[in-house]
Design a protein. Structure first.
Length: 290
């Protein structure tokens, strides 16, 4: 939801000072997962006394707009409290939620005053109609890690991309957002078509792709982290990986310090029975072809 450059015919508080010269509006977020819910605690920060007064009079309210493009999940949470809590079922979301705060009129407001209005509003009567947006905060993102699905959580940190410089040997790159698996353009087209088909049909053959593409990349990622953990601690995917092991009762950071650390063993722990399942799927495919 993008409102950064939207034009409004009345003054609006925004992340940059334009209509209001000193007023600010933003939020602080904390989140945790409990059972099958994502719990989001929101604290609203607003320093305009006139607007705060209108909120207390129920003429204005806060709105938190939640959106995830991947699942098309959208929800508007409405409150007049400075602190609020939102619960979202993990069944409705996958990887990332965008959170955008607004201030919206609950009723018509006539002849609104504020000491820090821009000079362009001098001698102009400010009226807000019901449902007008009068405040927009900076959007924030929440990364979602589902504790009940370690394979999906780990699998989501990897991204397969095509590279014209790759022919037969795939390459691994640990980047800020994802662990990138670079493949040839021909291999990518095949991989992408199979992946989409398996997701749409919920086919068990998806475990074969995970075994071929993600599992060996995960093994190598663990080898890299064993030798140099510190360089990747602030990477977006790092904590999802650590959390997946915690859900298995494993302190992987402590395991990295051991001389006999076996990355292949620990990769299999996260991916459970995936190699065995892949062999069974290949067996079924060969029987169908026969």
């Amino acid at each position: 939801m993008r409102f950064k450059d939207k034009y409004f015919p009345y003054p609006v508080i925004r992340p940059y000072h334009e209509d209001f010269t000193a007023s600010t509006f933003d939020i602080e977020l904390t989140q945790e997962t409990k059972e099958n819910d994502l719990i989001i605690d929101v604290k609203f920060n607003l320093n305009n006394d006139n607007i705060v007064k209108e909120i207390k009079l129920n003429n204005l309210h806060y709105v938190i707009h939640l959106e995830e493009s991947e699942t098309m999940y959208r929800h508007a949470h409405i409150t007049t409290l400075d602190n609020s809590q939102i619960r979202v079922s993990l069944d409705l979301i996958r990887h990332e939620i965008e959170v955008t705060p607004f201030i919206v009129a609950s009723n018509d407001i006539k002849d609104f005053k504020s000491s820090d209005l821009s000079a362009i509003y001098n001698d102009i009567t400010i009226d807000y109609d019901k449902n007008n947006i009068i405040g927009i905060g900076s959007p924030m993102r929440i990364d979602v890690v589902k504790e009940n699905d370690d394979i999906q959580s780990v699998g989501s940190i990897f991204m397969v991309v095509p590279s014209e410089n790759i022919k037969n040997i795939f390459e691994l790159s640990l980047e800020k957002e994802r662990v990138v698996i670079k493949v040839s353009e021909e291999a990518y087209v095949l991989y992408n078509n199979l992946s989409k088909s398996y997701r749409m049909t919920k086919s068990d053959n998806n475990v074969i792709l995970l075994t071929l593409m993600v599992l060996p990349s995960f093994v190598e990622t663990l080898n890299i982290l064993k030798t140099d953990t510190k360089s990747y601690e602030n990477y977006k995917w790092f904590h999802a990986l650590i959390k997946a092991f915690e859900n298995k009762g494993i302190n992987i950071m402590a395991e990295f310090d051991k001389a006999d650390f076996d990355s292949y063993k620990y990769a299999q722990i996260i991916f459970d029975n995936i190699i065995h399942e892949s062999i069974n799927q290949l067996k079924l495919l060969s029987m169908l072809e026969g």
